[in-house]
Every structure is written in structure tokens, then in C-alpha cells.
Design a protein around this ligand. Structure first.
Ligand code: ADP
Ligand code: MG
Length: 281
């Protein structure tokens, strides 16, 4: 823009010119940026080091970052590089231009084919990361982005261990808006299998895409917790028997009984039109 002929000096971060704020989460701000050498556009996520130190997960996060930097998957937001200053850490990532998936759901529930395609993309990227020892721990609307082509891009993989720790420290309510996507065994703060907990969240996402509203809702949080613990949800009449069957397997409160990623990918409703990608890390 033209402010009296004199351009505002650009904020430079390494070789990146930092632009407008794209979004803000619980732990970070995400900015649009441009590589001044190549012109490539990226997203830069800025995290306060203090928040990571406080979480006591520095070593853990470093390990996950090391894995993430090598992960290449068509439906996972790619992490290009990590930079740090004294106070902050900067994650340079693939820029995703289509906004959050749930902005679409806010305009009404999705057609079954679209919901299935997003769920396939979500579960296959989650399975891909699980196989490499990386867990998401915070699968929820704000972390599901859509690219120009209308395909899903999962963001925040591995970086959400902080969110997880906060929950265990009892800081959950201050930092996260809603437990609506969190598995019952995570809410009860016992030890749990991070893979199974991620899959529960995928189940909640599928329900929301198909219904247009949350499966576990109540007048207050206590009521919502109770419903999650009991796995108490109803399917609207437009859910097919096959979809209901899959949802009951994924939203099973018993993590041992809950469907694994392989079982989900072998499900009749899931498999329609699904093609596994061939990719490498
Ligand atoms: P937090 O970990 O604090 O929740 P997020 O990584 O989820 O932060 O980012 C916050 C918001 O920034 C997201 O909800 C999204 O709107 C936007 N955002 C995040 N990553 C990207 C990206 N790679 N491209 C475009 N927008 C993004
Ligand atoms: Mg996030």
C-alpha cells in the first residue's frame, strides 16, 4: 500500500520478508512471508521459547522437529526450516491459502463424498506420521487447512505436544477453547496411547463434517465431559448405516477396542474412492 510515498520498512527474518498476520493460535502467531532471494511465499509460525521451556518438553519437541523436517506428505503442511533467536522459535512452513476447513463447515455440512475425501486425507496423513513416531495430539478445526486445490493440509503435527502438556498441567481451560475433540482417556489424565487418541479426534472431525455440528455437546463443560466419557452421541437421520458403523468403531471410549488407523483404512465406508499415495520421506 502507499503510505505517503514512503514504503514501510519490511521486517526481515533471515532471508524472509515478514508480512501480514495469517492467524493466531494458543501458542503462536503465524505470518505470511516471502523469501527475498527466490520470491517464494511461506508461512512463518512464531513461538515464544518460554512457553516451550515451561512445558518441560524441549528435548521431546526437538526430536519431533527433527522427524518433521524429513516428513513429506501431500496432506501435511511441510516444515521447511526452523530458526531461533534468544526469545523465539520460528517455523518456516508451506503456505496454505484456502483457510481453515471448518470455515466451510460453518456454511453448512458437507456432501458425503467431500467429507469422506477429507477424512481419507486426514487419516492417511495421521497414519503416515504415527508410523514415524510422530503424534499430533491436537487434531481440531483450526489445525485443518485447505489448499488452493481444495485438498486438506494438516498443520501443527508434532508441535502440539506443548498443548498436550498444558492439558496435563491443568492449564487446559485457559489455553484451549473446547475439549470437544479430545479422547475420554486423555481427559481423565491417565496414561494413554497417543495414536488411539489422535484417531478419536479424527472421528469427531468426521462427525462434524457430516453433521455440521459436534457429536458431544451440552449446556456446559461438565455435561460435555460426561457425554465424551460415556461415548454418548446420536447420528442424524442422513448418516448411512455404513457411516454410523464406522463412527461407532472410531468413537469407542475403550482405546483398546477403538479402530486402529489400518482398520479404519480397511473400512467399507472409508474405502470408497480411496487411493493410497506413493510417497517417500
Ligand atoms: P497454534 O499452534 O498456536 O494453534 P497454528 O499453527 O494452529 O497455531 O496457527 C494458527 C492459525 O494460523 C491457524 O489456525 C491458521 O488459520 C493459520 N495458519 C497456520 N499455519 C498456516 C499455514 N501453513 N498457512 C496458512 N495459514 C496458516
Ligand atoms: Mg494450531
Amino acid at each position: 500500500s502507499n503510505n505517503g510515498g514512503s514504503k514501510k520498512p519490511a521486517l526481515l527474518l533471515g532471508r524472509y520478508e515478514v508480512g501480514k498476520l495469517l492467524g493466531q493460535g494458543n501458542f503462536a502467531k503465524v505470518y505470511h512471508a516471502r523469501n527475498v532471494l527466490t520470491g517464494d511465499e511461506v508461512a512463518i509460525k512464531v513461538m515464544e521459547k518460554e512457553k516451550i521451556f515451561k512445558s518441560g518438553l524441549t528435548a521431546h519437541i526437538k526430536r519431533e522437529i527433527a522427524v518433521l523436517r524429513r516428513v513429506r506428505h501431500p496432506h501435511i503442511v511441510q516444515l521447511y526450516e526452523v530458526m531461533a533467536t534468544k526469545l523465539r522459535i520460528y517455523f518456516v512452513m508451506e503456505l496454505v491459502r484456502g483457510g481453515e476447513l471448518f470455515a466451510r463447515v460453518a456454511q453448512g455440512r458437507l456432501r458425503e463424498d467431500d467429507a469422506r475425501r477429507y477424512f481419507q486425507q486426514l487419516v492417511s496423513s495421521v497414519a503416515f506420521c504415527h508410523a514415524r513416531g510422530v503424534y499430533h495430539r491436537d487434531i481440531k478445526p483450526e489445525n485443518l487447512l485447505v489448499d488452493d486445490a481444495g485438498d486438506l493440509k494438516v498443520s501443527d503435527f508434532g508441535l502440539s505436544a506443548v498443548a498436550d502438556q498444558m492439558r496435563h498441567d491443568g492449564l487446559f481451560h485457559t489455553f484451549c477453547g473446547t475439549p470437544a475433540y479430545v479422547a475420554p482417556e486423555v481427559l481423565s489424565r491417565r496414561g494413554y496411547d497417543a495414536a488411539k487418541a489422535d484417531l478419536w479426534s479424527c472421528g469427531v472431525v468426521l462427525y462434524v463434517l457430516m453433521a455440521g455440528y459436534l457429536p458431544f455437546q451440552d449446556r456446559n463443560l461438565v455435561g460435555m465431559y460426561r457425554k465424551i466419557h460415556r461415548g454418548e452421541f446420536r447420528c442424524p437421520k442422513w448418516f448411512s448405516p455404513e457411516l454410523k458403523h464406522l463412527l461407532r468403531r472410531v468413537l469407542d471410549t475403550n482405546p483398546q477396542r477403538r479402530a486402529t488407523a489400518d482398520e479404519i483404512m480397511d473400512d467399507a465406508w472409508f474405502k470408497i474412492g480411496f487411493r493410497r499415495f506413493s510417497f517417500r520421506i
